[in-house]
Structure formats: structure tokens, C-alpha cells
Design a protein around this ligand. Structure first.
Ligand code: FES
Ligand code: FE
Length: 432
């Protein structure tokens, strides 16, 4: 119940009970209250450009199909047949005018409407209503700068409100080139035996781990960084971002050096300082990215102690093919399933979960989230609760604050206007 969750999540004192990373009941409640009500990342426009293109993904544990409609709009519906719940589509992506269930052959069109069933006349005697047996629609689908999100809750506020101040930071890496971004084909997907929140909270603010966890890879990339190099923000909507303003060159003999220089110059004209941001962010609850490293990812929950990482490479839409290819190689070298950075993180998450799974005393021990408590301030340029350090745990505290609100309220947890930072809308006004 709510009191129990409040006793575990003392975000404002920097203390979290790890039961939230292992409990079955809490996981089940998350499916209803977090994944059933949040705006969840589904796909990018560039992944389904043509009519009848589809991409199969998940919203929480539920399989969902995201489909481009002939009129250019996007619909999303449950990938589960109305007859016995079989998946109506077994492919990961493609283009089709209809989805035929392979169990008994019910067939749906690309809007999710039931088109035909075998033996409609001689078995159903014409009494089955095609109208009433369409696929379950995701209540709201909307997009921001090409990123498509869905929400199962018809009462949830619009996506733009939900993203709130994160829009300012998203704009920094989406608007830096004319034509915006494109997601390259081929998501890399793999499984980690840990709770999805360990990954989400890390991307919301844990840059602190990098200099220890990723020490060997950082050394091979060039100079490391320390806390004074950057800053981090916690956004009232539950999102978090850490950033710094220098780009460590991964490949010094980069044949695209000149292109990159020119690109940087144009980007600075378009989005100012944000052009030089190397960052990590998490959009509440499970959509993360590494602006500067050309990577976005979703943490799909698969049980209290299991999640899948779906990792996508992002490039400038108008970049030369050569540059896109180089970016893809670089991204899989570091952030892919076998990437030199990625494997370090997975090992931490898996080992923590092993301790929680087997341990009893360890499950009672609250974890420490105190870093940067009391150092928040406002910054004229960066919306959100701002902290003058690249390392900090404000993003994580903000994440759990929002998590607790979702988990303990019946109605959709609207943020009172006076609690919102409110600067992003002013900054981005007219840019969408
Ligand atoms: Fe789909 Fe029977 S389960 S047609
Ligand atoms: Fe990491």
C-alpha cells in the first residue's frame, strides 16, 4: 500500500529501500500505474516512413504494434488477437496491409480493425460483429520532433506537457542540424537480469559511475573528466539529465574530422551551447539517450529481475552516408550489446540483482542517494533543478519522487503548475 511505498522511497532524504527493485507486487503495480499511465517511447518517424510500415514494440509488458496509416498519422494497438490473445504479428518490423492471426486466421487491417474471420457465415452464422472486435487501441499517440510516444491512459495530459522541461534538452540534439535526426535501421536488443529502474535511474543522473566502472574504456578514448566539468538537472516531471560541454574525441584519426567540424559550427548557430553537450538523460519512465554519442534506448521491463535493452543509433538525417556508417560503427563499438562501455554497466546491474535475489539482510539495507542534496539552484539558461556538478543524484531522486507519485495515486498524478519549472516552454516556444 501507499504507506509501505512511502517508507521505502525517501527520495528527499536520499534513501531508497531496494525492495522496489525485486518485489513481485511492486512490479505488478508498476505495470498498472507506471506503464499503464505514462507516455512511453514507441518509435521514431524515420523507422516507419511509409503507409503500412509497422514496428513491433512493448509498452511495459504488453506487446504493441506501431503502424503508419495511409493518411500519414500513426496508430498503435495491442499485438494480441481478440479471439484467444495470440500475437497477430510475429515479425519485428515490416510493411503490411493486414495482420492475420496465425491461430485461427482472424485478419485485421493496418488501423487494427477486424476485416474478416474464417467461416463468418457457416460457423458464426453472420453474427460476429467485426466492428466490436478490433485490436485494442493505445488511447493516445502523439509525437515530439519525430519521436512517437503512446499512452494507454485516455486521461493523461498531452505529451508536450508530460515532456515538460526535457524538451529544451531534446531540442539541443534534435534541432542541431537542418532536417533533424534519423534512426538507423537495426535496433540492437539484449537481456539483462536486473530491474529496469537500475538502468533508468543511471541514465537520469549517474555519471558518477563512469570514472570507476568505465575506467579502462575512458582511458582508451582519451582524457577523462571530473565533477567540475559539467552539471546536472532534475526535472519535476521525473526526467533527469547530466551534461558537459567538451567532446572527447573517440577516434583521433577520424576521416570525417572535417565534416564534424563543419557540422559543429552549424549546430552552434542553431542551438548555441547545446551543440557541444555530451549528455545522458532519462525521460520518465524508461526512455533514455546519450546525446553526443548518437544513441537512444528503451528499457523494456520483463519481470522484477529482468529487462531488455533496445538500443538505436541516431544520425543526422542529411549527413553523408559515410558519416552515418561511421556513427553506426562507433555506436556499436561502445553502446552495442558487446560494446566496451555497455558490458560494464550490465555486469553491475546483474550483480546487484543477484545480491537482492538471494539476500535477506541486503534487501533490508536502504541505499544511499544523498549526493548533491541541498545544492540545487536555478540557472538562467538551463531549466530544471540545476546542480553545478557533473556528478550528482538529483536526477535519481527526481525519478523516484515521480515514481512514488504515480504508484500511490489513483487519479493521474498531475503536477501543480507552481511546482513546474516552466522555463522550457518559453525557451522552445515557436520551435515546434
Ligand atoms: Fe487469433 Fe484465434 S487467436 S484467430
Ligand atoms: Fe555506464
Amino acid at each position: 500500500d501507499a504507506d509501505y511505498l512511502h517508507s521505502l522511497v525517501n527520495w528527499n532524504q536520499g534513501s531508497i529501500g531496494p525492495e522496489i527493485f525485486i518485489s513481485d507486487e511492486i512490479y505488478k503495480l508498476e505495470q498498472e500505474r507506471i506503464f499503464g499511465r505514462s507516455w512511453l517511447f514507441l518509435a521514431h518517424d524515420s523507422m516507419i516512413p511509409n503507409p503500412h510500415d509497422f514496428f513491433a514494440t512493448y509498452m511495459g509488458g504488453d506487446p504493441v504494434l506501431v503502424v503508419r496509416q495511409p493518411d500519414g498519422s500513426v496508430k498503435a494497438f495491442l499485438n494480441a488477437c481478440r479471439h484467444r490473445g495470440m500475437r497477430v504479428c510475429r515479425a519485428e518490423e515490416g510493411n503490411t496491409r493486414s495482420f492475420m492471426c496465425t491461430y485461427h486466421g482472424w485478419t485485421y487491417d493496418s488501423a487494427g480493425k477486424l476485416q474478416s474471420v474464417p467461416n463468418q457465415e457457416d460457423a458464426y452464422f453472420g453474427k460476429l460483429s467485426l466492428e466490436d472486435n478490433g485490436l485494442i487501441q493505445v488511447a493516445q499517440v502523439d509525437s515530439y520532433k519525430g519521436m512517437i510516444f503512446g499512452n494507454f491512459d485516455p486521461t493523461a495530459p498531452p505529451l508536450h506537457d508530460y515532456l515538460g522541461d526535457l524538451k529544451y534538452y531534446i531540442d539541443g540534439w534534435v534541432d542541431h542540424a537542418e532536417g533533424g535526426i534519423e534512426v538507423l535501421p537495426g535496433a540492437i536488443k539484449w537481456t539483462i537480469n536486473a530491474n529496469w529502474k537500475l538502468a533508468a535511474e543511471q541514465f537520469a543522473g549517474d555519471t558518477y559511475h563512469a570514472t570507476t566502472t568505465h575506467l579502462s574504456s575512458l582511458l582508451s578514448f582519451g582524457p577523462g573528466f571530473d565533477a567540475k566539468d559539467g552539471a546536472h538537472v532534475s526535472l519535476r516531471e521525473g526526467h533527469g539529465e547530466s551534461f558537459l560541454f567538451e567532446r572527447h574525441t573517440r577516434f583521433e584519426d577520424d576521416p570525417l574530422g572535417q565534416y564534424n567540424e563543419e557540422k559543429r559550427r552549424i549546430a552552434r548557430e542553431r542551438v548555441g551551447d547545446r551543440a557541444d553537450m555530451v549528455a545522458n538523460f532519462n525521460a520518465f519512465p524508461n526512455f533514455s539517450g546519450l546525446p553526443g554519442s548518437a544513441n537512444i534506448r528503451v528499457w523494456h521491463p520483463k519481470g522484477p529481475n529482468k529487462f531488455e535493452i533496445w538500443s538505436f543509433t541516431v544520425v543526422e538525417k542529411n549527413a553523408p552516408e559515410e558519416a552515418k556508417r561511421a556513427q553506426q560503427i562507433s555506436a556499436s563499438f561502445t553502446e552495442g550489446a558487446a560494446g566496451v562501455v555497455e558490458t560494464d554497466d550490465g555486469e553491475n546491474w546483474g550483480m546487484i540483482s543477484g545480491v537482492l535475489e538471494q539476500g535477506y539482510q541486503a534487501r533490508k539495507m536502504a541505499w544511499n542517494y544523498e549526493m548533491g542534496l541541498g545544492t540545487e539552484r536555478e540557472h538562467p539558461d538551463f531549466p530544471g533543478e540545476y546542480h553545478d556538478s557533473f556528478f550528482g543524484e538529483a536526477g535519481q531522486r527526481g525519478f523516484y519522487r515521480r515514481w512514488l507519485e504515480f504508484m500511490t495515486t489513483e487519479a493521474w498524478p498531475v503536477i501543480p503548475p507552481e511546482e513546474r519549472n516552466g522555463t522550457a516552454d518559453a525557451v522552445t516556444a515557436g520551435s515546434n
